[in-house]
Design a protein. Structure first.
Length: 277
C-alpha cells in the first residue's frame, strides 16, 4: 500500500455557501475536512476544485489552514443556500449550482499525482454527481477508500435538496468506509442495525445521529457510540465532514473503528462548542 499507514488524502470540491441569508462563505467537504485535520494536527493533502473566478475567495481560507493543497479550476463552483428555522425545525437546503464531476481521467492525471503517497483517500462528495463508480474505482486502486454518503443520497440537481435512493450500487464496490447521516440512511432505506448495514456490502459503515452520537458497523458487528454533550450550536454545517475526516485520520493512524468513531465524536463536539477554531 503506497505511502505507509498514516498518509491521507481528501478529494472533493469547494462550495460557496450562504447560511441563513448571510454573506457567501467557503464550504464543501474539502474545506471542512481540512479544518478538522488541522485541529487534530494530522497531515494530509487536500485535492480540490472550484471555478477559476472563485479561486481567491474560496481557496485562500483553505490554504490558510496550513495543509498542503492541490487545486485545479473547474467550470462551475458548487453553491448551496442553507437556512436554519428559528423554531428548531430541520434545516432547509437549496442547491444553487452543482460542481463538475471528478473523472477517471482526473485520477489518472493530476489527482493521481497529488495522492500518489496516500494509503487512505476520503471522497468528500457534495452530491451524487461528484464521483462515478469508475472514478471511485480509480481512487481506491491500491488504497483504502472512504466515501461521504452525500455521494449516494443527494440528487445532483438544482433546487431544493432531494435525498433519495436512486444511486448506482456499483458506487460501493470499491468503498472501504461509508459515512452516512441519519437522514441519508433513511433516504436510502437503511436502518442503523446489523442486518441493514451489513446488506450495504461495505466493511465499515458509520451512521451519525447528531446529538445521539453515531453507530459503527465494522467486523460484522454494530456498536453505538454516544455523543459528548455540547450547547446547541448556531448551525452544524460541516460537522459531518469533520466527523468523517477525524474518523479516517484515526483509522489511517492505526486506531480500530470504534475508537476512531469516539475520537471523531469528541472532535466534532469540540468544534461545535467553540473549543477548537
Amino acid at each position: 500500500m503506497p505511502g505507509g499507514p498514516g498518509r491521507l488524502a481528501i478529494v472533493g470540491s469547494l462550495s460557496r455557501d450562504r447560511i441563513d441569508g448571510g454573506k457567501p462563505r467557503v464550504g464543501g467537504g474539502s474545506f471542512h475536512c481540512a479544518r478538522a485535520l488541522r485541529a487534530l494536527g494530522h497531515r494530509a493533502v487536500i485535492v480540490t476544485r472550484s471555478a477559476a473566478e472563485d479561486r481567491r475567495e474560496l481557496l485562500t481560507p483553505l490554504v490558510s489552514l496550513g495543509l498542503p493543497v492541490r487545486w485545479r479550476p473547474g467550470g462551475t463552483t458548487a453553491a448551496f443556500a442553507i437556512d436554519h428555522p428559528s423554531d428548531e425545525g430541520e434545516r432547509r437546503m437549496v442547491v444553487q449550482a452543482v460542481a463538475d464531476p471528478w473523472t477517471p481521467a482526473d485520477v489518472r492525471g493530476w489527482v493521481g499525482e497529488a495522492i500518489a503517497d496516500a494509503a487512505w483517500v476520503h471522497a468528500a462528495a457534495l452530491t451524487r454527481g461528484d464521483f462515478s463508480a469508475e472514478t471511485l474505482a480509480e481512487l481506491g486502486r491500491g488504497r483504502r477508500l472512504s466515501l461521504d454518503g452525500q455521494g449516494l443520497a443527494r440528487a445532483a440537481s438544482v433546487g431544493p435538496l432531494v435525498l433519495d435512493a436512486d444511486f448506482d450500487p456499483e458506487l460501493l464496490r470499491h468503498v472501504s468506509v461509508l459515512k452516512l447521516s441519519e437522514e441519508e440512511a433513511a433516504a436510502l432505506g437503511v436502518e442503523p442495525d446489523d442486518r441493514s448495514l451489513r446488506d450495504l456490502g461495505v466493511g465499515e459503515v458509520l451512521v451519525t445521529l447528531g446529538s445521539r452520537g453515531c453507530v459503527v458497523h465494522a467486523g460484522g458487528t454494530t456498536e453505538r457510540v454516544p455523543a459528548a454533550l455540547v450547547p446547541p450550536p448556531a448551525h452544524a454545517t460541516g460537522a459531518g465532514d469533520a466527523f468523517a475526516a477525524a474518523y479516517v485520520a484515526s483509522r489511517a493512524g492505526g486506531a480500530p473503528p470504534v475508537a476512531a468513531a469516539r475520537r471523531a465524536t469528541m472532535l466534532v463536539a469540540d468544534l461545535l462548542s467553540g473549543r477548537l477554531g
